[in-house]
Design a binder for this molecule. Structure first.
Ligand code: GRF
Length: 195
């Protein structure tokens, strides 16, 4: 990662598909006086994503990408990342898989948040699977994105205990809360450690 000098802030693009609570927490973090990041661009593949409201409220430029044709979609993504001089990408509930073309262009500069203690429970429906398997703990992970799903280097994790009364819904709620706290911390750690 390019070293920052003076007051220059790292330009971050957050990719979403839905609710956007992690986007919201990253925006709040970027507003801290001491923060070294600026959320410069929000990208959504879904024009109805609720999270877009946080971009609008905070006057952050946003881009809706039509994914009917993946190649065309990624061309547009790369064009706008370039135009907006993006240094770091944070995937936050983005439901599309990026191809090698984007991954190579932003090698070791794409983070993702996943609602499990990776390497356990990669993929979808994590909370349901965790309950079915009667796990005692679950949590969330921020990791670097590589070509294998949910498998890049782990930056930070947070673990919570699963209670007897928990079900997939209660767990989702409790994990989401710690995700929202973890993502800014992980970004900070990532920038500091300069992975
Ligand atoms: C989170 O659970 C995240 O871990 C997963 O998708 C969900 C996004 O939630 N990748 P939100 O849109 O940030 O509220």
């Amino acid at each position: 990662m390019e070293k920052l000098n003076g007051n220059k802030k790292l330009r971050v693009s957050v990719f979403i598909s839905g609710r956007g609570t992690n986007l919201k927490s990253l925006i709040n973090f970027s507003k801290n006086k001491s923060s070294t990041i600026k959320i410069s661009l929000v990208i959504s593949n879904n024009k109805k994503a609720k999270g877009l409201v946080f971009a609008k409220k905070n006057k952050i430029r946003f881009l809706i990408i039509n994914y009917n044709n993946k190649k065309v979609a990624e061309n547009k993504i790369l064009l706008y990342l370039n135009k907006n001089k993006i240094d770091l990408i944070c995937l936050a509930g983005f439901m599309k898989i990026l191809t090698k073309r984007v991954l190579n262009r932003y090698k070791n500069k794409i983070l993702n948040i996943h609602p499990s203690l990776l390497p356990k429970y990669k993929g979808l429906n994590t909370h349901k699977r965790v309950i079915v398997n009667k796990e005692k703990f679950t949590g969330c992970t921020v990791h670097l994105v590589n070509t294998k799903l949910d498998s890049g280097k782990i930056i930070l994790q947070k673990k919570i205990r699963i209670f007897k009364k928990d079900n997939a819904k209660t767990l989702e709620k409790r994990v989401l809360k710690i995700e929202n706290q973890l993502y800014p911390k992980a970004v900070k750690k990532f920038l500091f450690a300069n992975f």
